[in-house]
Write a protein that binds this ligand. Structure first.
Ligand code: ATP
Ligand code: MG
Length: 209
């Protein structure tokens, strides 16, 4: 199977604070990896390191460049003056591409439809509920057809029905050869979703694999 992600002995620091301490992790095409652990255990830091938003102090990172990342909900700016559909279609952007094509619009609509938010396309994001906004960011990530999908707590703020919708979308992505890395601090989030590897962090280290 094709590897989409290989992280080896990663260390990530904030100043002198070591937030991720020697973590190794691989994800292959069609595979889902869950990252669990208590608040402050380093899950978001690890995800940002994989996304390339934080540098590794040491260790190596190899990953597919065709990657989508959905940050933990609290980190999104709700006052950003954009409509839901405008946010979603930016997921189709690639370096060197100037305009959106007809196909990009179709993909964006398809992703919104898959997550049950096509009707919200024209709404300003500040008027959306937390769970609706979360689905907008998920749709954005999906319509870029990533080979590697990084999700930081995607279930936070989603109701049971939205969980099922999300897992349905994830299954399709996995079947299409995408690798998924999904952070959750709540094990119960994992019930009923695709079989996958699980790593548990504590104090920035993997304590269970
Ligand atoms: N920007 C930052 N500057 C300094 N320290 C930080 C920063 N962000 C996180 N930390 C620290 O790094 C450690 C790991 O934080 P991180 O956000 O990765 O945890 P988490 O597992 O995602 O937690 P949660 O479940 O609350 O989302 C914590 O001790 C936190 O206080
Ligand atoms: Mg976090």
């Amino acid at each position: 199977m094709i590897e989409r992600l290989r992280l080896t002995d990663a260390v990530i620091k904030y100043g002198d604070v070591v937030a991720v301490n020697g973590v190794s992790l691989t994800a292959r095409a069609g595979e889902i990896v869950f990252i669990t652990g208590a608040n402050g255990s380093g899950k978001s830091t690890l995800t940002k390191g994989i996304a390339g938003l934080l540098p590794l102090s040491s260790g190596t990172l190899e990953r597919s460049s065709r990657m989508s990342y959905v940050p933990q909900f609290e980190e999104a700016d709700r006052d950003f003056p954009a409509r839901a559909g405008e946010i979603v279609i930016t997921g189709t952007q690639r370096p060197g591409k100037l305009f959106y094509t007809h196909e990009d619009h179709e993909r964006a609509d398809e992703a919104m439809n898959g997550l049950g938010i096509l009707g919200l396309s024209g709404r300003e994001i500040r008027t959306l509920s937390g769970g609706q906004l979360r689905r907008v960011f998920l749709a954005r990530a999906i319509c870029g057809r990533p080979e590697l999908l990084l999700l930081d707590e995607p279930c936070a703020g989603l109701d049971a029905l939205s969980h099922e919708v999300l897992f349905g979308v994830l299954r399709k992505m996995l079947a299409g050869g995408c690798a998924v890395v999904m952070v959750t601090h709540d094990i119960s989030d994992i019930d009923g979703i695709p079989e996958g590897h699980r790593i548990t962090l504590s104090g920035g280290k993997v304590i269970r694999q």
